[in-house]
Write a protein that binds this ligand. Structure first.
Ligand SMILES: NC(=O)C1=CN([C@@H]2O[C@H](COP(=O)(O)OP(=O)(O)OC[C@H]3O[C@@H](n4cnc5c(N)ncnc54)[C@H](O)[C@@H]3O)[C@@H](O)[C@H]2O)C=CC1
Ligand SMILES: O=C(O)CCC(=O)C(=O)O
Length: 529
């Protein structure tokens, strides 16, 4: 069956060509869909590509039966329900820097237009007037610009403002003094930026913290005659408070590209305010930016669908090829250990501790723990759990997950150990990657063992007395279950012993029940990897 890539907003042809180049791909472009049409179109799609217009709601995501990835040809992913995508294990990727310059240049165009009344003077002239006195503006040189959000776009805006002779104040929790100095920006807190600026421009994402970051209270702290610019996201500035301040003349002007509701409603008060420059979300609308983001997102979609490395995932830490290669053997071990632990533990799990030691002490963004959880929950939810949603399954199960890292293994050069506490007690399994022998179990519930972590296994804990192993062997033989390998371990003679049998076929539950009934057997598990 063809791989269906659904594109629901206009993206540049260069991106479509890359998508069509994927072997077996069918690229379906359908724009301006109603929510119901979108739900129908997405049902059999493997990938979805959008800009900012398509609203990818939970409802839409839940209508997708095999969607692997949503690609956003641009930066902001606020039109995509990230939580719903993550829960369904759908990767969300964006194109974070393809439109940076376009957005920074648009911000500047807006700021200058505002300072020099260009749109209003233009309109006035077209109406037959020649009002040179009416449209006297202000210079940028010598003014103070506050940039709220010094990420990619904020930084480019700051650089351009310096070239215009402005003093630039930068507010961003992640702006270091060193970076501020290298950009010639004065790092400050939000209150200072708000109080001291002649122009304020916002360049943050829209989050709980930034929603109405500029509200009536903040506007009241600003200089009389301040000018505001928003080319980031509608909702960072409270539009009603802004409209009132513009009408009152407290704010001298505002240049706004993005709105709380898009398209901007016909009767919106900002449309009737003096000294506004409004554009319909054009920040990224340049030929170059649209080509950049379309290419960037299309390449990433192709990488994801081909199972290659990708860089710009929003809901999964990205791994470089080098990191992927370094982690590869441990990924296999971690997943098998997770699957093993799920079958070993049984009962409702309440907490899990994963210990990484030596070469496995994963500094690369907790990827291995995702893998352990993927294995652990796959046992119960086959085919539904992946790297994207593994932590969500843990959250939903109420499983507290803790990571411990040790620079050296206790016995081996690399070790991964999983301890799971359930209402039935705690179990522990430790594994290592042993060169060409691959992933192996090396300890089970505190008993030393050495066996490949693969195939069908029977694990018992029993009294260490003669005849136990023989009886289990006979029972399996009677049921035509061949034993391919056997490991036993104990701490002391006559105490408790463990046995891990590798068998050639699945063990029916009634055989396990029968083994469990044997006197001296304390625990028995069938484990399939
Ligand atoms: N109008 C348009 O067409 C376009 C709009 N955008 C929007 O512009 C915004 C910025 O984009 P980029 O610079 O690429 O993103 P970015 O991720 O590079 O930068 C965002 C910055 O905001 C900072 N930030 C986050 N929360 C903050 C807070 N509470 N206070 C202060 N700073 C905070 C972050 O530390 C980061 O440095 C985004 O909202 C994006 O969606 C981007 C491209 C085009
Ligand atoms: O796709 C667009 O034109 C909007 C771009 C944008 O807002 C973004 O990249 O965050």
């Amino acid at each position: 069956m063809a791989t269906k890539i659904l594109v629901t907003d206009d993206i540049s042809q260069a991106g479509l060509d890359i998508l069509s180049g994927l072997e077996g791909a069918e690229v379906v472009v359908r724009t301006n869909l109603t929510p119901d049409e979108l739900k129908e179109a997405i049902a059999d799609a493997d990938a979805l590509v959008v800009r900012s217009q398509t609203r990818v709601t939970r409802d839409v995501i839940d209508s997708a039966n095999k969607l692997k990835v949503i690609g956003r040809a641009g930066v902001g992913v606020d039109n995509i329900d990230l939580e719903a995508a993550t829960r369904r294990g759908i990767l969300v990727i964006n194109a974070p820097d393809g439109n940076t310059i376009a957005a920074a240049e648009h911000t500047f165009a807006m700021m200058i237009s505002l300072a020099r009344h260009i749109p209003a003077a233009h309109r006035d002239l077209l109406e037959g007037n020649w009002n040179r006195k009416k449209w006297v503006g202000v210079e940028l040189r010598g003014k103070t610009l506050a940039v709220l959000g010094m990420g990619r776009i904020g930084t480019e805006v700051a650089k351009r403002a310096k070239a215009f002779g402005m003093t630039v104040l930068g507010y961003d929790p992640f702006l270091t003094e060193e970076r501020a100095q290298s950009l010639g920006v004065k790092r400050c807190d939000l209150d200072t930026a708000i109080r001291e600026a002649d122009f304020i421009t916002v360049h943050t994402p829209l989050t709980k913290e930034t929603h109405h970051m500029i509200d009536a209270g903040r506007i009241a702290q600003m200089k009389e005659g301040v000018r505001l610019v928003n080319c980031a996201r509608g909702g960072i500035i409270d539009e009603m408070a802004l409209a009132e301040a513009l009408q009152a003349g407290r704010v001298a002007g505002a240049a706004i590209d993005v709105f709380e509701q898009e398209p901007l409603p016909i009767d919106h008060p900002l449309r009737r305010c003096p000294n506004v420059v409004l554009t319909p979300h054009l920040g990224a609308s340049t030929v170059e930016a649209q080509e950049n983001v379309a290419i960037q997102v299309a390449e990433e979609i192709v990488h994801v669908l081909r199972d290659d490395t990708f860089e710009h995932a929003v809901n999964l830490p990205s791994l470089s090829q080098r990191q992927k290669e370094r982690l590869a053997p441990y990924l296999a071990l971690a997943e098998q250990l997770g699957l093993f632990a799920a079958q070993l533990a049984q009962g409702a799990p309440s907490s899990m501790t994963v210990r990484y030691a030596g070469d496995a002490s994963d500094p690369d963004g907790g990827y291995l723990t995702r893998t352990v959880l993927k294995g652990f929950f796959s046992f119960q939810y086959d085919g539904e759990v992946n790297y994207v949603n593994a932590f969500r399954y843990a959250e939903d199960a109420g499983l507290r997950v803790q990571e411990v890292r040790e620079s050296r293994g206790r016995i081996y050069t690399n070790e991964i150990e999983i301890s799971v506490a359930t209402d039935n007690g705690t179990h522990r399994v430790t594994g290592t990657v042993l060169g060409e022998y691959g992933p192996r179990i090396v300890e089970l519930d505190g008993y030393p063992i050495d066996t490949p972590i693969q195939g069908i296994l029977i694990y018992t804990r029993h009294e260490d007395r003669p005849g136990m192993i023989g009886r289990i062997g006979t029972l399996l033989g009677d049921r035509d279950i061949n034993i391919a390998g056997m490991q036993v371990g104990r701490r002391e003679t006559g105490g408790e012993a463990v046995m891990l049998l590798s068998v050639d076929k699945s063990v029916p539950q009634d055989v396990i029940d029968e083994i469990a009934k044997h006197p001296g057997i304390r625990l028995v598990r069938a484990i399939e990897l």
